[in-house]
Design a protein around this ligand. Structure first.
Ligand SMILES: [Fe+2]
Length: 575
């Protein structure tokens, strides 16, 4: 049974391929098209999935889309306006009509699919409710038998928040909070007000929150009510759902992105984060009451709030938390494929997702061919982990390109930029030389799983950087480059089996320095998607201040005088 899940037209277009009982491939279209957050039909990602599995399109039994709104959206918006939950506005109506027309044109993806990949009569096309797709994507891969499932995003077809009970390999919806009463829209609007990109920069607000005190009372905007929250949509969404003029009237004008961040901005960010956490806690409290489950699965854009997730895990409210690593809409491709399995009467695969190395990979000969094409001088070594550990300890910044590309927004040791977590200055150096991003934004650590609890409070298994933990007080000075202003860190625990090469690298670093933690950030330039191919990696390497590029066993240095540490490891591969 081959089922392809597809997500497209909103953000983060993606595909997922499930063969029999395993998720065998998943990737976002942006990695192939090189357009950040590409929302178009994922033609290139579908091709990559089929190539990976050695399938033709005809071999797919079913194709499932993580969206099924079928004209409901404009109608729902109209109802929201007529019932006074949103101020009537011609702009919003026009926008709804355009969205509806686009929907008709695209036929929920059917037409685009048939243009590129002719669907045969035997192939099933399924359209899965958006929040259902989110829920499937997290419950099934959590490995939990009985779980509370919470989906929170800006907006599904019409839902903003949905609560499910996951049991017996399926999810049952218990409760829905409809848009415009949306926690995601609340966070987006304040992200916009704080001078960031409304869609995609929400985590900058989360990062900024650590520097401020939550002095604003936002209860007039987002009120916590028993079992959930109540958003003043009239204020937050304005005349149009991207309009913050009413918020500006209350909180002051939108921050000029070119200007320095002030204490007032920090305090507003902290207040937004605090209000969001209070709403999430209330939703979870309600869910635990309804289901009796103390294991929680999260998905939806708001589930990318690692700070809130970490607080939940540390709280008395739940015993365990699983966050779908691709919690935003990219993960709905996975959920749609899983829901399709169930709808077709097939046994739904169920297991704990251990890693997200689900994208394309490139063999040694393929890497060598690219290096030769570009006439690059590279050295092939037999102990690449030990070599790189030495470079990091010496303060070098390394582009690390290994194995299969990660699915989801985080680089987890396949397409990563690495540096020494012990050196406080690395935060600024990586920012200035490579990422060209805001200096205050934190970098995350990768830590050997075996040592995680020695460095991060109550941290054992956090493979996907979806949870934030407090850094153990006695360790804060040891790893300053990855300890945030509020003494937390968004940790990746590295497992020896799921990524042996990355584990060995950190282990070698520990042997040299005594610290089993390194700085890990995604391998991309500001505003670009994470690199996918060796060509992307080479272009990024030479467009930045990276010192080394390491692809497979090949090492490329900008310093021409560089030599590997040991003669044993040296084999001049290319000149
Ligand atoms: Fe979503």
């Amino acid at each position: 049974m081959n089922v392809l899940g597809v997500n497209c037209y909103l953000h983060d277009s993606s595909v997922a391929l499930i063969q029999d009982d395993r998720l065998v491939f998943a990737a976002e279209e942006e990695r192939f098209s090189r357009i950040k957050k590409d929302a178009r039909f994922p033609r290139l990602a579908i091709k990559a999935a089929l190539d990976h599995a050695g399938l033709t399109f005809n071999a797919l039994d079913a194709i499932a889309f993580g969206w099924n709104r079928g004209g409901i959206t404009p109608l729902h918006t109209l109802i929201a306006e007529l019932t006074g939950r949103l101020a009537p506005s011609p702009m919003m109506l026009v926008d709804s009509l355009i969205a509806g027309t686009r929907e008709l044109y695209h036929g929920n993806g059917r037409r685009a699919l048939q243009r590129g990949f002719p669907v045969t009569p035997g192939q099933r096309l399924l359209f899965v409710d958006h929040h259902d797709a989110h829920a499937w994507s997290t419950y099934v891969l959590s490995g939990f038998e009985d779980a509370l499932v919470l989906v929170v995003d800006g907006r599904g077809a019409r839902q903003a928040t949905s609560l499910y009970h996951g049991r017996d390999g399926g999810v049952r919806r218990l409760r829905t909070i409809n848009w415009p009463n949306s926690l995601g829209s609340f966070y987006e609007a304040f992200t916009d007000l704080l001078g960031f990109e409304r869609h995609g920069d929400e985590w900058k607000v989360m990062g900024l929150a650590a520097y401020g005190e939550p002095t604003h009372d936002l209860s007039g905007t987002l009120r916590i009510v028993p079992g959930g929250y109540r958003l003043d949509a009239h204020l937050v969404l304005g005349r149009h759902w991207n309009d913050i003029s009413r918020l500006e009237a209350v909180f002051g004008p939108r921050r000029d992105p070119e200007k320095l961040i002030t204490d007032a901005d920090r305090s507003l960010a902290a207040s937004v984060q605090k209000a969001t956490e209070a709403a999430i806690f209330e939703l979870v409290r309600d869910g635990v009451r309804r289901t009796g489950c103390r294991r929680l699965c999260l998905a939806g854009g708001v589930a990318m709030n690692s700070k809130a997730n970490g607080r939940l895990l540390a709280s008395e409210l739940v015993d365990d938390v699983f966050v779908q690593p691709a919690a935003t809409d990219d993960g709905t491709a996975v959920g749609a494929a899983l829901a399709a399995h169930a709808a077709l009467g097939q046994p739904v695969p169920r297991y704990r997702l251990r890693d997200v190395y689900l994208g394309p990979e490139f063999s040694g000969p393929e890497l060598e061919a690219v290096l030769r094409t570009y006439k690059l001088s590279a050295t092939r070594v037999v102990d690449v982990e030990r070599q790189v550990a030495g470079l990091l300890a010496d303060g070098r910044i390394v582009g690390w390109f290994q194995g299969r590309m990660e699915f989801g927004p985080r680089a987890l040791g396949s397409r990563s930029i690495l540096a020494d977590a012990r050196r406080a200055e690395m935060r600024d150096r990586v920012n200035e030389c490579v990422k060209f991003r805001e200096a205050w934004r934190p970098f995350a650590p990768s830590c050997l799983e075996e040592s995680a609890s020695e460095y991060f409070e109550r941290c054992h298994d956090a493979a996907f950087m979806t949870l934030t933990f407090d850094v153990v007080p006695s360790r804060r000075a040891e790893i300053p480059a990855v300890t945030h202003a509020d003494n937390t860190a968004r940790v990746q625990t590295v497992n020896r089996e799921t990524n042996p090469r990355y584990w060995t690298l950190i282990h070698e670093f520990e042997k040299l320095t005594g610290t089993p933690v390194i700085l890990n950030t995604s391998f991309n330039l500001r505003g670009e998607p994470i690199v996918c191919t060796p060509r992307d990696a080479i272009r990024t390497f030479y467009s930045s201040g990276l010192d080394f590029l390491v692809m497979g066993d090949f090492m490329i240095a900008k310093d021409r005088a560089w030599e590997p540490r040991t003669a044993l490891s040296r084999e001049k591969a290319l000149v």
